[in-house]
Design a protein around this ligand. Structure first.
Ligand SMILES: O=C(O)[C@H](O)[C@H](O)COP(=O)(O)O
Ligand SMILES: [Mg+2]
Length: 301
């Protein structure tokens, strides 16, 4: 199947005819860090003016839905909390509804305040995370370390304050608590911000993966958990839904797994060479365009 490159007005107008629901990835599609991609706000407004349903689907686990709403507000982007689905939320729902973590168990978190907020909202007890005692440098003393036998899962997400101490505690739980689950909010290898790339959530869980010789259960895109969370709250027809993303192995694969149409933009992770030429990826989007800003042509006159 070949990718269709959008270029003419009719190409973009065809998206309006075919789809009622537009699912947007965030990092690399709408923004780089706190720097909006040119045209993103205008296009979201145009789609809303055409009565399209907008859903935001991000693997970024550093923020809760509510703190994402604050970010959207600060950037002047119309968004409603019930339109926002992040991997921190999906992870909390996974623990409460899929794992059904017993109430006498808790999660050891390698992650940030947004992850903790979503766990609290779902009634999941946790330790670690932003706890200052874990965010200090230096080696973990195992003679001083008291193993919390009620830790039934380790949840790892993007954590800009990751420390050897956190990794060491997570390693203790995963090797000494029988049946302790190893969960990753997402496994993006890199994180596109204004000015370039940083290591992504996948690079935060990688040391544990290597030390344990064990892969985590990954909850974010491309896994279906995120789509299951959306389906639980939003009634939509997958055939009339398009996923717009910048990363082939998360956003586009997520869309394909869910039976959605897919539109790749080249403002984030994926380059032109990955979709054309001899080394093209086997993950093929339905459509490609340079930037979400290209849809400005749809502005009603
Ligand atoms: O966890 C990460 O590596 C980043 O948050 C990653 O960029 C995911 O963000 P998304 O593109 O799904 O918004
Ligand atoms: Mg992205």
């Amino acid at each position: 199947m070949a990718v269709t490159r959008l270029s003419s007005y009719d190409d973009y107008a065809g998206l309006l005819d075919r789809y009622d629901v537009f699912m947007f990835d965030c990092d690399g599609v709408l923004w780089h860090g706190d720097h909006l991609i040119d045209g993103a706000v205008e296009v979201l407004n145009i789609l809303r003016s055409h009565n399209k349903k907008i859903i935001f689907v991000t693997n970024n686990a550093t923020k809760s839905r509510r703190s994402y709403k604050t970010k959207f507000d600060q950037l002047g982007v119309e968004a409603h909390v019930d339109e926002i689905y992040g991997s921190a939320y999906a992870s909390a729902v996974y623990l409460s509804s899929v794992v059904k973590l017993p109430k006498d168990q808790k999660v050891y978190v390698i992650g940030m305040a947004g992850m903790e907020e979503e766990l609290r909202e779902e009634g999941i007890a946790y330790v670690g995370g932003t706890d200052p005692a874990d965010c200090t440098l230096g080696q973990l003393s195992l003679t001083d370390f008291e193993l919390d036998t009620s830790v039934g899962a380790v949840l790892c997400g993007l954590d800009t304050d990751v420390t050897y101490k956190k990794l060491s505690k997570a390693f203790q739980y995963l090797t000494r608590n029988p049946g302790c689950l190893f969960l990753a909010s997402n496994e993006d290898s890199t994180y596109p911000i204004n000015g370039g790339l940083l290591p992504g959530a996948g690079a935060i869980s990688a040391p544990l993966r290597f030390a344990l010789g064990r892969d985590p259960i990954a909850i974010g895109k491309p896994a279906s958990t995120m789509l299951d969370c959306i389906k639980a709250k939003v009634d939509f027809d997958p055939k009339r839904t398009i996923m717009i993303g910048d990363r082939l192995n998360t956003d586009i694969q997520f869309g394909r797994n869910g039976g959605l149409a897919t539109l790749l933009v080249l403002t984030g992770i994926t380059s032109e060479a990955e979709i054309t030429g001899p080394n093209a990826s086997p993950i093929v989007p339905d459509f490609v365009t340079q930037s979400i800003g290209d849809l400005r042509v749809l502005k009603k006159e």
